[in-house]
Design a protein around this ligand. Structure first.
Ligand code: SF4
Length: 257
């Protein structure tokens, strides 16, 4: 499985974001996440303890980002998005709100007009400072893979006490000012067959989409090697069918292969 070895990387071409300058504020030697998703490209979450001391201080992170932005500007590199992703969940960084504020200043100086995106698993939304920080950026992309609590547990496997109800409550507090990112897949985990792209789960997920009314819903399926082995990709036609149901609610939806 794959870990980013630096704080600022790329830009890389992203299916969803175009030319994306990656920002990894998680440790560079281990994945730290509040989820242990069965499909995570970083592999299983082996370190379950989330210690603030594992994260690099904001000063070091911002210096690395500034160096990278400066270099990119000198080389006239085009960047569509400065994107928090990397080795785990960015919002777990104890200085996440400060990092967002200081990055915004850097962005305005080196790449004015470029979007800041944060791919987040939405487990820290009860934290007011984290929520406010996410509301300051152009693209808070918040994960919702399941409509049923049982599938939330099976697919995302939280490593902290958080459940689907908490996540929905956190998302509601955005009043639609977010992009929802949803992974669809099926297969078998621990002998349990599942499919989040159909039936009761899809109906419950669509009901959440209807209530939350995100700015946009981004749907995708497997692209890379996964830690769980018996997973099956949902193909583009089926993702498009789901996207049509979202559009029928008057909400923009985009499918990525
Ligand atoms: S939330 Fe993201 S980083 Fe965390 S386990 Fe899931 S896919 Fe991996």
């Amino acid at each position: 499985m794959f870990l980013w070895e630096s704080i600022a990387f790329g830009p890389i071409h992203s299916r969803r974001l175009g030319s994306s300058l990656g920002i990894n504020i998680s440790p560079t030697d281990v994945k730290i996440c509040s989820f242990d998703c069965i499909y995570c490209e970083c592999g299983w979450t082996l370190t379950k303890e989330i210690l603030p001391s594992r994260f690099a201080p904001a000063d070091i992170i911002l210096q690395a980002i500034e160096d990278k932005l400066k270099r990119c500007r000198e080389e006239q590199t085009h960047i569509d998005s400065i994107t928090f992703s990397g080795n785990g969940e960015s919002t777990l960084h104890p200085q996440f709100p400060e990092i967002i504020d200081r990055l915004t200043v850097l962005r305005d100086h080196y790449y004015p007009g470029t979007a800041i995106t944060c791919l987040s698993n939405a487990t820290q939304l009860q934290n007011e400072a984290v929520r406010q920080a996410l509301l300051k950026i152009e693209n808070p992309m918040l994960k919702l893979d399941a409509g049923l609590p049982s599938l939330y547990q099976l697919i995302n496997r939280p490593t902290i006490p958080v459940n689907l109800e908490d996540t929905i409550a956190g998302l509601r507090a955005f009043h639609g000012q977010f992009i929802m990112q949803s992974m669809f897949l099926k297969g078998e985990v621990d002998g349990i067959p599942f499919d989040n792209s159909s039936g009761e789960n899809l109906a419950a997920w669509l009901e959440d989409v209807r209530l939350l009314r995100p700015r946009k819903v981004v749907l995708y399926s497997l692209d890379r090697e996964t830690p769980a082995k018996k997973l099956i990709k949902i193909y583009i036609n089926d993702l498009e069918t789901i996207a049509e149901k979202v559009r029928a609610l008057g909400i923009e939806a985009q499918v990525y292969e």
